[in-house]
Design a protein around this ligand. Structure first.
Ligand code: FAD
Length: 294
């Protein structure tokens, strides 16, 4: 690695001004550094300046109120999200997801903001947050703008951030009464930390019927995606093992999986089908062995 000038702005505006003055080639934002340091070591990027956002108070904190929902500052680490009392109370699916990211070292160092800004598809928060209808707030000298997470993640390792913008916070609307969620992930081997496939389902159970389902697949596609056909199919339906299998088939059909050294597209599609079925069964209290041919 080479030497850097280290910048420590204390406000979003100051940081944005520094980013604009130096330009994309010369400066990189650093939060926890878990992703950035690897790209520096591999010389994938060669900035002359690192801009630490650690001293910007606006990016800190996790809070909740019924009207505005959950606010997670971009600097919240995965471990902070997993441990947060308000997240555990109001969004147990999010706490459960964050508690399974990587390993304790990465959870205690990596931030949720860095995770989303890096745009790596093989990660957990994007799919889970998409099923929760999350939005992101981006800040610069021009003020703040809010956009749905689905618009923020543009492509493989690509986001809608302008060069002088910073991710300030993530917002998640409060869940309607009775709504619950299940987040599932599949790892190729126990030693591999990153998910190959993830499925998040948020829905309301009325008896055995499903209302307001929001279903997202992550990690297995270039960007996380909502599965609208499966969501519509679930609406008002009594969910039994056959319905869970049908939903899983739809989900597997409707994705364009990644294909790389970690797994072929066909393998990912098969795993998405299995994980989606397990996720629907778990939310509706069905045994995952029910209805499966021996
Ligand atoms: C061994 C290992 C295993 C992992 N396993 C998993 C896993 O199982 N699941 C999972 O979800 N993730 C996993 N990850 C990824 C991990 O979650 C991310 O590396 C981490 O969240 C990135 O956050 P950071 O604060 O370290 O970001 P940094 O490395 O500091 O930054 C990452 C990128 O985002 C930019 N950036 C950071 N914050 C902001 C901001 N607020 N505004 C604008 N740009 C910003 C930086 O410039 C940089 O380009 C793993 C990582 C490692 C190293």
């Amino acid at each position: 690695m080479r030497d850097f000038d280290y910048l420590e702005p204390t406000s979003v505006e100051e940081a944005s001004r520094m980013l604009a003055e130096l330009g994309d080639e010369e400066v990189r934002i650093i939060a926890g550094g878990t992703a950035l340091i690897l790209t520096l070591r591999q010389r994938m990027v060669k900035p002359t300046h690192l801009l630490s956002i650690a001293k910007i108070d606006r990016l800190r904190g996790i809070d909740f109120d019924e009207k505005s929902g959950l606010r997670i500052g971009a600097l919240a680490r995965h471990a902070d999200v997993a441990r947060s009392a308000v997240v555990r109370q109001h969004f147990p699916i999010l706490a459960s997801m964050a508690g399974r990211v990587a390993n304790p070292q990465v959870r205690n160092q990596g931030t949720i903001g860095g995770n989303l800004c890096y745009g790596d598809p093989s990660t957990d928060p994007p799919g889970c947050l998409l099923a929760l209808d999350a939005t992101v707030v981006l800040g610069s000298t021009r003020g703040e703008r809010t956009m749905p997470l689905g618009e923020f993640i543009v492509d493989y390792f690509e986001t809608a951030l302008e060069p002088d913008e910073i991710l300030v916070e993530i917002r998640v609307p409060a869940l309607a009464a009775g709504t619950t969620g299940v987040y599932s992930r599949f790892l190729r081997t126990a030693a591999e930390h990153r998910p190959l496939v993830s499925v998040a389902l948020v829905a309301r159970r009325e008896g055995a019927s499903c209302r307001g389902a929001r279903l997202a697949v992550g990690a297995s596609t270039p960007i996380p995606m909502r599965l609208r056909r499966a969501e519509e199919f679930l609406q008002g339906r009594v969910v039994d093992p056959a319905v869970a299998a049908e939903v899983a088939n739809m989900v597997a059909q409707d994705i364009e999986p990644l294909s790389d050294s970690r797994g072929s597209g066909d393998f990912r599609r098969d795993m998405v089908r299995a994980v989606a079925r397990r996720t629907v069964c778990e939310l509706f209290g069905l045994s995952i062995d029910e209805g499966v041919p021996a």
